[in-house]
Ligand binder design. Structure first.
Ligand SMILES: Cc1ncc(C[n+]2csc(CCOP(=O)(O)OP(=O)(O)O)c2C)c(N)n1
Length: 362
């Protein structure tokens, strides 16, 4: 028997280095095709708005207006690139870390933060934005995305579902089940792992000994792609290709965006206890916003006037968020029990009564 030239599945493996179209200093990588100027300018605008939104949300935590805010500072290019690579009718399945993705989708900033203000509902209408509620239990959004894709396939719709997953979440059973089901049934899903190097204090070296998270794809029989998650152009391109495959019936793709969480996990976390300052500084020099700004400016696609207009828009967004988040009254607490069952159970009625009595005591 003739020896095989390649082991089966090799074509599914990611490249050794993450796909990059723009270097950290803003120069384009030779011989790579970049997305067009309109797409890149839209990405730049979304990056600037996303960063300003995050700064404002973090400030609102310090002012006691929000219980917690899991910042994605440093990861914005991954979230922006992934969302802009999709059609507005494609569904996204975000986690608690993916507020910038929701903002890029067009969700009202106040609605994004409603949940973190301590209210019981997700804040926005998932059907309006084609965005599922932000999941806090790790990886549960992955089977949800697969379920939606299964339904889309059954209805002969060309909808794509993209599940945002953290590096830590890849160790959950739900992640495995979702990938396997999507691959076996050839579903239109993009699994988008944002490898921000830590699951709270657990570094990736203690999460997996696979060469990369993208390498895991081969075990399921789907392609794995490694991309520089701080390069919005590269993420746009890679997720765009994965979405095209999904839409054309070629099945799921696992994309790993290599990035870094600059802020602590949340305000309840002291990141200095598990990572050195030099490491953070190294990643700050690969900043996604500065990188795209440098490329667009140097190639004559962004001038100071456009940059100033986008900066002003970001300030308006932050001011509007501050005013409205504080002004809007939370819904009555007993609404929490209203939509659970058509006919509430006795246990729910007891809980509602307990809450009402406690609220009156306060
Ligand atoms: C099923 C489950 N187990 C544990 C937790 C507690 N927990 C919350 S965030 C987190 C770390 C998640 O890390 P990663 O998936 O890398 O996402 P990141 O926070 O870095 O975006 C853990 C263990 C949880 N939310 N859900």
């Amino acid at each position: 028997m003739a020896a095989r030239s390649k082991a089966p599945g090799v074509e599914l493996l990611p490249s050794a280095e993450p796909v990059r179209l723009i270097e950290a200093d803003g120069t384009a990588v030779p011989r790579r095709v970049l997305p067009g100027p309109t797409e890149l300018r839209a990405a730049y605008r979304a990056l600037v708005l996303g960063r300003r939104f995050e700064q404002q949300a973090t400030a609102l935590v310090k002012q006691g207006q929000l219980a917690v805010y899991p910042s994605a500072h440093g990861q914005e290019a991954a979230e922006v690139g992934a969302v802009l690579a999709l059609r507005p009718t494609d569904w996204i399945f975000p986690t608690y870390r993916d507020s910038v993705a929701l903002l890029t989708r067009g969700v009202d900033p106040v609605e994004i933060l409603t949940l973190l203000r301590g209210e019981w509902h997700c804040g926005y209408d998932p059907y309006v934005h084609h965005a599922a509620p932000q999941c806090t239990p790790l990886a549960t959004q992955a089977p949800h995305a697969v379920g939606l894709a299964f339904a889309a396939q059954a209805r002969h719709e060309d909808t794509v579902a993209l599940a945002f997953v953290g590096d830590g979440a890849t160790s959950e059973g739900d992640f495995h089940e979702a990938l396997n089901f999507a691959a076996v049934f050839h579903l239109p899903v993009v699994f988008f792992v944002q490898n921000n190097q830590y699951a709270i204090s657990v570094p990736v070296s203690r999460q997996s000994v696979a060469p990369s998270f993208a390498h895991k794809a081969v075990g399921y029989g789907m392609p794995g792609v490694l991309v520089d998650g701080n390069d919005a152009a590269a993420v746009l391109s890679v997720v765009g290709e994965a979405a095209r495959r999904a839409r054309e019936g070629e099945g799921p793709t696992l994309v790993e965006a290599v990035t870094y969480r600059i802020d602590a996990h949340t305000n309840a976390d002291d990141a200095t206890r598990y990572r050195p300052d030099e490491e953070v500084a190294g990643w700050l020099s690969r900043d996604p916003v500065a990188r795209l700004s440098a490329y667009l400016t140097n190639s004559g696609q962004l001038n100071v006037d456009v940059e100033a207009a986008i900066a002003a828009e970001a300030e308006d967004l932050a001011a509007d968020l501050r005013t409205r988040l504080v002004a809007e009254l939370p819904p009555p607490a007993d609404e929490l029990f209203a939509h659970v069952y058509h006919r509430p159970t006795q246990r729910l009625r007891d809980q509602a009564e307990l809450l009402r009595a406690e609220s009156e005591e306060r």
